[in-house]
Design a protein around this ligand. Sequence first.
Ligand SMILES: Cc1ncc(COP(=O)(O)O)c(C=O)c1O
Length: 387
Amino acid sequence: MAADARRYFDNAATSYPKPEPVYAALDRWARDWGATAGRAAHPAAVAGSRLLFDLRRELAALVGGDADRVVLTKSATEALNLALFSLAAPGDVVAHGPLEHNAVMRPLTHLAAARGVRLVEAPGDGHGRVTPDAFARFVEAQRPDVFVTLHASNVHGLAQDAGALGDICRKRAVWFVLDAAQTGGCLPLDAAAMGVDALCLAGHKGLLGPTGIGALVLSARAAENTRPLIHGGTGSVSEKETMPDFLPDALEAGTPNTFGAAGLLAGVRYLAERTVADAAQCEAELRGRLLERLRPIPGLRIFGDDPGPAVAVVSVAAAMAPSDLAHLLDERYGVAVRAGLHCAPRAHRFLGTAPAGTVRFAPGLFTPAKVIDEVVDALAEILRSPS
Ligand SMILES: Cc1ncc(COP(=O)(O)O)c(C=O)c1O
């Protein structure tokens, strides 16, 4: 049975549905071209190279990066690993925020064990956002070499002032790695203006592409310091048994994911035409309506209820176990939400919701506003009559 697109409230995991041109691009790529990009000179292979070139150019334009320093990855996780394994040297101090996803904490924990990297957590405000004033003092005291943090929380949706944090990093020569998995396509991004050295993006969330593709957008300085995680064929400098030393080939071993690229390019084009500002406005309205409807529900704890910049992601906790609540929402009303720790146990410890976690509501660009009301009514009804 296909998912009910209207009641799909799990867009923070993967956006669904996608805009029609994304489905059309995937189908067209598979039927009309389908070849390996960058490996041969026949028309289908050249079309693949062109596709990757267009994606780098148009994605860079959307997020304020340089097309020559866009590395295509399989996920935001791979982008984060590439950045962290490259920029955190043995013995370095690496700072992170209080809300990080395991896509950040697991590579960092590994680097601490394998390279003796020392991890320090920057202080958060009541919602766990790293505020610029506190961060400036923290940087003075701890002198980190690298700072990695998420842009918006995948648990409660609130965003941090990445531009102000980036300014502080720039002044203190701290590498700034931004996990924009939740904000790519959802909030306006300008990596260069924000002082981001490594912008890590997921293709399948707000950028509206399919799963299996992400991107790492590097500053010039970071590009010189980023090293491959995997080694293999690139279709270039094939006479050598070492990796090419130029981007993107140096960091993109193996057959490129042209299917993912075709879908992601269509998502990027959709957003460029609609504008990210308009998508952000839509996210803000969905979030506002969700919060407004949730507030009167008795006994409900709401996370992320704050007027600051945010994406359309809100978490709640009630007397019932999050997994039971999610199950009843699905079983009785066909509403798809995600319960538990959302791969961010640190965020839940900070919010006081570990180990059970929360129920997360993440509507998307195509969620009709009145469905928000229906879903919140469903939640209220379950809490009134659980059995
Ligand atoms: C804040 C955050 N960072 C990183 C990731 C990892 O993204 P991906 O699974 O696409 O690698 C996610 C995915 O949920 C996320 O929400």
